[in-house]
Design a binder for this molecule. Structure first.
Ligand code: AMP
Length: 545
């Protein structure tokens, strides 16, 4: 019988991976390791190396939540051991995998002790390097620089196929262990056979933040499909006959928490075999959207679900179709996917949508979305295919800009089409302590030709000095500036910089003293940061559901 590979060998591989910074070297090390494994060891080894011992989905955090093992427990077990000399190499990769399965499986009364006992058995018979990586695997913190991308390259090399083929198989499988096993055992043909399967979720397609409508129309060839962007939780809904299962953005199953959505889909989606995608939002009185946190409460609830259904009613908006009657729709253009979706769903289940070539119509549609309490718009290229897990310019998200009233303190002479105009405006906020105006951004966007001409004359009259191509002016002209984000900036004395600033309006009704202060900029920056941090935290929680 072939010899089993020990966990010690895997731990030593991890140590070697950590010791090199070279990506190619890492790929070679993993490739060679995979080649020496027994067939049944391949999937577990890949999962252990990538820190997903239970076969957690791609892009999801580690499995420590599912294992329900805390730092505290590990610390206690390690302390008990003291300086006892421990043996090494007594566990195989498969043994460790079995231990992990057993730890995860033990639940209910006495499970904490049972989990601890299993951990103790493992740790007491391990050398330091084994312990180190066992603990890292539990917490999904490998730190050896083997991202999913690197692992996919190593698998491609080991099988002798291109990276694209492994990526495609991985997107359908949602997990790399099985892909590696099939690839190594059945080669290229085996990988080619991995296709979309009902009840096995694929990674969702993602969107990039657009700077403005101009960019959207340029990237999408002059026409785009705009949909309301709902501030809820994304769902991928698989349906076969009466059976419906729902998966979150991070591919965790959330069916149990959403019986109302299940029922809705059973009743209203007219297809026998289908996978649709949409957003679930919480609604209050008159079906008005509630903040994202509310819907999250529903997703996390597995007990007293019917009470929760009363407390937080939800509404479903569908926007895509990725599988239909035995066929994957991933390689079908968005235009047709939507048409098919519209054929099988009643209008009230569909995201509100507008296909247009006109920036003015798009702007009005954005206003409408905002008035109804939604987050903004999505813009989708009509000819785009569904690309699971990837973020690109085929899908843009458009969030309404925030605005600040700022003072023009200098301007650069333009070139090219803007020759002869003072066009790049240096925008400043007022330092409420010193009264000084401090620059937080520059822009040449937003004015019409006539406004540029007039502004050039005005600023020349306010000129204090000219240096190179920059004219410094008395701080007098106030403009309303839209932006997408405030960033920290080492470049400006103010410490802040606006991302994608553009002038919305010239505010002659305001004096420089009424312009926004640096303190307000700082506050907005912090709020933005808190919002982001909270959202990341919440999304992480969701994925562990
Ligand atoms: P973000 O989370 O800011 O990157 O925005 C992308 C998310 O917006 C998606 O993952 C969806 O959860 C959500 N979303 C809301 N409405 C739509 C829509 N009409 N099409 C696609 N995604 C949407």
């Amino acid at each position: 019988m072939a010899r089993a590979t020990s966990f010690l060998q895997l731990a030593e591989l991890c140590a070697a991976l950590e010791a090199t910074t070279k990506k190619l070297k890492k790929i070679e090390l993993i490739r060679d390791f995979l080649h020496h494994l027994q067939p049944e060891e391949i999937a577990p080894a890949v999962r252990l190396i990538t820190g997903h011992p239970l076969g957690g989905k791609i892009s999801s955090p580690g499995d420590s939540r599912a294992l329900e093992v805390s730092w505290h427990t590990i610390q206690r077990v390690l302390n008990e051991q003291g300086d006892e000399l421990s043996s090494s190499g007594s566990f195989s990769i498969l043994d460790v995998q079995n231990y992990f399965n057993n730890i995860a499986a033990s639940s209910g009364r006495g499970s904490r002790q049972q989990k601890e006992k299993l951990l103790r058995e493992l740790l007491t018979s391990m050398s330091d390097v084994e312990k180190k990586y066992l603990i890292k695997i539990i917490f999904g913190e490998m730190q050896h620089g083997v991202s999913e991308g690197v692992m996919m390259q190593a698998i491609a090399k080991a099988v002798g196929v291109g990276l694209e083929q492994v990526r495609r198989a991985a997107m359908f499988m949602g997990e790399l262990g099985e892909v590696a096993k099939i690839g190594l055992q059945q080669g290229k043909e085996g990988l080619a056979k991995i296709e979309f399967q009902l009840f096995r979720p694929v990674l969702p397609m993602l969107a990039e933040l657009a700077t403005d409508f101009e960019q959207v129309f340029k990237e999408h060839g002059g026409e785009s499909a705009f949909e309301f962007k709902f501030d809820g939780a994304r769902v991928q809904i698989h349906k076969h006959g009466h059976e419906v299962r729902i998966f979150s953005r991070r591919l965790a199953e959330v069916t149990e928490s959403l019986p109302d959505v299940v029922e809705l889909v059973q009743k209203e989606v007219r297809a026998d075999e289908v996978v649709v995608e949409g957003e679930v939002i919480a609604v209050g009185d008159e079906q008005k959207p509630l903040p994202f946190q509310e819907v999250l409460r529903r997703f996390r609830r597995v007990h007293d679900v019917s009470a929760a259904m009363q407390e937080v009613p939800v509404k479903l908006y569908l926007f895509d179709l990725i599988y239909y009657q035995g066929q994957s729709m991933i390689d079908v253009p968005y235009r047709q996917r939507w048409e098919q979706l519209a054929r099988i769903c009643p209008p009230h289940l569909l995201a509100e949508r507008l296909v247009t070539k006109s920036p003015e119509e798009a702007e009005q549609f954005l206003q409408k979305a905002m008035e109804q309490g939604h987050e903004g718009l999505m813009a989708k290229a009509l000819d785009s295919l569904y690309s699971p897990g990837s973020r690109g310019k085929k899908w843009f998200k458009i969030k309404p800009a925030e605005t600040l009233d700022l003072v023009i303190v200098a301007a650069d002479w333009g070139y090219g089409r803007r020759t002869g105009w003072l066009s790049n405006y240096h925008l400043a906020a007022r330092d409420e302590k010193s009264g000084e105006f401090q620059v937080i951004g520059k822009t040449f966007k937003g004015l019409t030709d006539a406004e540029f001409t007039e502004m050039t004359q005005r600023l020349q009259q306010l000129k204090v000095k000219e240096e190179g191509s920059t004219v410094y002016v008395h701080p007098q002209v106030v403009v309303e500036v839209a932006y997408n984000e405030i960033q920290r900036s080492p470049q400006y004395k103010s410490g802040f910089a606006l991302r994608f600033a553009r002038i919305r309006a010239i505010r002659d009704d305001k004096s420089p003293e009424q312009a926004d202060t640096l303190l307000r900029v700082k506050r907005l920056y912090e709020q933005q940061f808190q919002r982001k941090a909270r959202r990341i935290q919440e999304v992480n929680l969701l994925s562990e559901g």
